[in-house]
Design a protein around this ligand. Structure first.
Ligand code: NAI
Ligand code: MG
Length: 334
């Protein structure tokens, strides 16, 4: 029995989470699901977009599956529950797989994983202004500990996936201190993985190479802001927002989510593509050690895509719940 915290959130979040719950329930596994509040709707109900009870439920579960939240217009004291959740739970690794799908919008032969540091770097939250607001400063904090754990996560995962090369992406030629420390740590960590090749790449070169020949990458590991940008770039080669999923992993807490937001205009139309959340659920199954069920769910979703049994954003005519039923129907083909 797996204890799972579901975080539907706002907009289409509840629709895609309901779809994933249905698919997970159709697998031969026992689930104990608890739904908890997060986001703007939760703020309107309880006064906080991320109540302590929600954080506690995530900590107590085996894993969590998150939909999406809406960021409201300027409200004093409002904070982004997504960033807060990652920091409060120390979800230091953001994993973003990008795999080719059988769809005209996808390039072929891509199977890469981007491993992004999720807690420090330029998003450390240390900002100030000086000179009467005419000079703005954001501090970029990189630590040896933070670098080492994300690099080890990348190298360990590369090994588990049977990959050969890890691209360590930085800008140490200019950011000599922060990226310098990240790079030095990478050179140390790589010594423990003689079976893997570490390849350094400057972040601007990487952005260019991703567009030129994305199939060359197996695993990319990088700091927070660089990873945020490169992972959004990379997902566009393999189907885009409707299919992109990610995992936020900590020491023994994990939250999986579609990359897309709450798509407010799609609410109630049946047009929300549940694929990204299915792939997030498959990542969660992998994390739980249910490799076979993860592959089974992924295979079923990929078959739907290949047959055009998809929602309008991917050129199909199915609704969210029709696609969910089709995926569930294909779980049996395993
Ligand atoms: P969005 O990802 O919600 O939508 C971008 C575009 O993609 C829209 O055209 C939308 O209709 C489409 N789209 C997104 N998900 C889809 C799906 N599953 N199926 C079919 N089409 C889909 O980003 P946007 O519009 O910039 O933001 C909307 C709200 O979501 C904002 O309040 C934003 O702050 C929030 N947001 C939340 C995120 C999260 O919870 N992790 C991430 C990104 C945005
Ligand atoms: Mg992003």
């Amino acid at each position: 029995m797996y204890k799972i915290t579901l975080l539907p959130g706002d907009g289409i979040g509840p629709e895609v989470i309901a779809a994933a719950r249905e698919a997970l329930t159709a697998l031969p596994l026992e689930w104990d699901f608890t739904e908890c509040g997060i986001g703007y709707g939760e703020y309107q109900r309880s006064g906080s977009p991320l109540p302590d009870s929600t954080l506690q439920a995530i900590r107590n579960a085996d894993a969590a599956l998150f939909g999406a939240v809406t960021t409201p217009p300027n409200i004093p004291n409002y904070f982004s529950p997504v960033v807060r959740m990652r920091q409060s739970l120390d979800l230091y690794a953001n994993l973003r797989p990008n795999r080719s799908i059988q769809h005209p919008s996808s390039r072929a032969s891509i199977d890469m994983l981007i491993v992004r540091e999720n807690t420090e770097g330029l998003y450390s939250g240390i900002e100030r202004t000086e000179d009467d607001g005419n000079r703005a400063i954001t501090e970029r904090v990189i630590t040896r500990k933070g670098s080492e754990r994300i690099l080890r996560k990348a190298f360990d995962t590369a090994r588990q996936l049977g990959r050969k090369t890890v691209h360590v992406v930085h800008k140490a030629n200019v950011l000599r201190q922060t990226c310098g420390l990240f790079r030095a740590t990478a050179l140390e960590v790589a010594k423990d993985y003689p079976d893997l090749t570490m390849q350094e790449m400057l972040v601007d070169t990487c952005a260019m190479e991703l567009v030129r020949a994305p199939e060359q990458f197996e695993v990319i590991v990088t700091t927070n802001l660089f990873g945020d940008i490169l992972s959004d770039e990379a997902c566009m080669f393999v189907g885009g927002l409707g299919v992109a999923a990610s995992g936020n992993i900590g020491a023994d807490v994990a939250v999986f989510e579609p990359v897309h937001g709450s798509a407010p205009t799609l609410v109630g139309t049946g047009k929300a593509n549940p694929t990204a959340t299915f792939f997030a659920a498959a990542m969660m199954l992998d994390y739980l050690g249910e490799k076979e069920q993860a592959a089974r769910l992924k295979t079923a979703v990929e078959a739907c895509i290949a047959e055009g049994q998809v929602t309008p954003d991917l050129g199909g005519s199915l609704t969210t719940s029709e696609m969910t039923k089709t995926v569930i129907g294909k779980l049996g083909n395993w």
